[in-house]
Structures are given as structure tokens and as C-alpha cells.
Design a protein around this ligand. Sequence first.
Ligand code: PLP
Length: 406
Amino acid sequence: MSSLEIAATRKHAEWLDANDPLGEYRKRFLLPERVIYLDGNSLGALPRTTADRLREVVAQQWGERLIRGWDEGWLDQPLEVGARLGALLGAARGEVVIGDSTTVCFYKLASAALELRRGRRRIVTDVDNFPTDRYALEGIARARGAELEWLHCDRVAGPCLEDVAAVIGADTALVTFSHVSYRSASVADMAAINRMAHDAGALTLWDLSHSAGSVPVSLDEDGADLAVGCTYKYLNGGPGAPAYMYVSRELLEQIEQPIWGWLGRRDPFAMEHGYLPAGDIRRVLSGSPPVLALAAVEEGVTLVAEAGMERIHAKAMALTDFAIAVVDARLGQAGFSIASPRDRVRRGAHVAVAHQDARGLCAALIERDVIVDFRGPDLIRIGLSPLTTRFVDVWNAVDVLVTLAT
Ligand SMILES: *Cc1c(COP(=O)(O)O)cnc(C)c1O
């Protein structure tokens, strides 16, 4: 559907809300009354069950079980919650584990990829990739004497096959992109880029931070090697929630990450001399799991699994279609332009709107309790988290922007 066919009216927004199969989910979250929250892609809202679960875990597990908790399931939480999360990403049990921050997980798996492709020196990524990924790669390149190949892709469409084909070769060790761009929301062609990388003998590492809980991901089926992503965006795991790592089963027995700790070791409680990686995905772990935070991640994952990725994706497309239609109709003549793909299947669950005074407008929106993100130099990023955003929220937010800008 092109945005021209969508009625850019408040009435239509109300109709879409009334017919939204996920409309009831908003009530499952604690959201402040007056705020129009369009930033669930930076920090997802708080599920009501999470507030209860955390109280319970603190009082009954930490408070009562104390050290015994480690023997009563805490140590398996990274794998258990990882398996449930992996199911949302097309990964089999034992291929996903929850560990450290996205940054640290990314560092570990990117380093591991270079280790697996020893002798090759090049890492391919794009200049619009998320900053922490770029910085981690710079650090890895320096530490390992590797070289970064920076793609300058179309700023709306993101990394495309021609871009990758132009630089990939016999010296490429790793090809790494965000699956959904944090700026434009473009979705990369994961299956095709995996094939292309494999044809050149390289490995792939995907950052799924803006994909999990917003668009379909089929890691196994699409032939991904490695992936990471955070759990506090569309998965609603809470501020600083731990990230996950995916390792394809083909690589599980060979992979070695650089932070050797006791909980990545085979038989950690033997406390023996010398490091030996665990026989399963635990080998990408390092230290103690964040037990309290994992409980919150589990609640977020449960909600997303219950709502179902198919319905979530359908709503993401409908919300972003509607947002684009309303911005086109009401702001298209006022210096605003859409900086996200117009093809609904090629974008995630946010819309980037370009305007030369994006910074000032974002500040003014936030002052009026319309919470959006500024992404320099000129983007207003509108996050439309499918479980918590109503179509009227989109309408009302653009309405405020219209009064500010015209
Ligand atoms: C949000 C985000 C991160 C966050 O990294 P942290 O280590 O959790 O701060 C990483 N990568 C991408 C693509 C993101 O969108």
C-alpha cells in the first residue's frame, strides 16, 4: 500500500485503533498518562508483570534463597531465557545466550570471528552503523592488526548487495551490519548478504538491536553466522538490560571469544588450573549472569512471544505506513521529508523524518511531552513500538509538530 492510499485523518487513526488486534496490549504496560511515548525503540516501556516479577525475585529469590539460588536455576537463566528469545529470532535452542551489554557481546563475537578467519585482515561495515559497533570494531582492528572497510551506503536504503560486492574479497574476515538501521530503519537483506559473505569465505555478524520484537528474523534459515542485540528496546527488558549472543550451530564447537572467565569454562566449579571453553554456547559467556535483570528480560520476551512476531510486524508496518502518510500530508510542504524506506517490508518499526531544524523541533516536542529522538544532523526519529503505540498517538504527535513548524 502506498501512503497516498491511507487516509491521513484522526478518524482513520481511531478506526485503526478500534480494529487493532494488539490494541489490548498497551494496558499490559505502565505508561505515564500525559506522555506520548514514541521512543520505545530506545527504551521500551515497563510491562506490569515485570514490576511484580522483580519484587518477587528480589524478596523471595535473593532475599530467601541467597547463595542457594545459584544451584536452583540462576546459572541456567542465560540459556533458558536465551532459548525463549532465540525462538523469536529463528534460532534453535542452544544457539542463543544472554550475557553482557550489547557492546561487550559485539566485541566478543567480532573478535571471535577474526580468530576463526585468522590470516584474513579485512572487516566490512558501514559508516552509518550504530556508534558502539563502529568503535568496538576500531578497537578490535587496532588490537589485531586488521583493517576496516567502511561502506558509504545510501543513507535511507542502507547496506545493499552492490555495496558489499564491491569491497568483499579473499582477504575479508568479517562482514557486519545492523539488520535494521538505527537511523533510517532500513532492513538489510540478511540472507543475500550472508550468501555473499560465505561465497567469499567470510563470516557475518548481525546487530539485531532494532530488529528483535519489531521485524521477522530467521537467523538459522537465512544462514547467519553470529548475531547480537539488546533487550531493552522492543523487548522491554528495562534500562541496561543484558544483551544476547547468537552463534550458529556450525560454529558452536569452534568459536573462541577473547574474555576467558570461569563461567565460560568447562566445569567452572571444579576451579581447576587452565582455561578450557565449555562444550556448548556457554563458552561465549565470561562471568556471573545478571539474575535480576534476566527476570525482567524474561517478562519482556514472554509478552512479545504471546503477542506473536507476525502480528507485531503487521502492526509495525501499519503504524509506520500511517506515520508516513500523515507526515506527507500535513508536513510535506513545510520542509519535512521522510528519511526511511517507503516500502513497508524494507523498514523496521520507526520512521526518520528529516528537517533542517530537527534538533530544535525534537527539544520542543519533548517539552510538550511528545517523546521522540533527535539523530544528528537532521533527523527526528519517531519510534512506534507495536505493543505500546496507538495510531492516535501518531496523529497527536504530528499534530503537535504541525503547530510547532507551520
Ligand atoms: C541500542 C543499540 C546498542 C546498544 O549497545 P549497549 O551496549 O546496550 O549500550 C548497540 N547496537 C545497536 C545497533 C543499537 O541500536
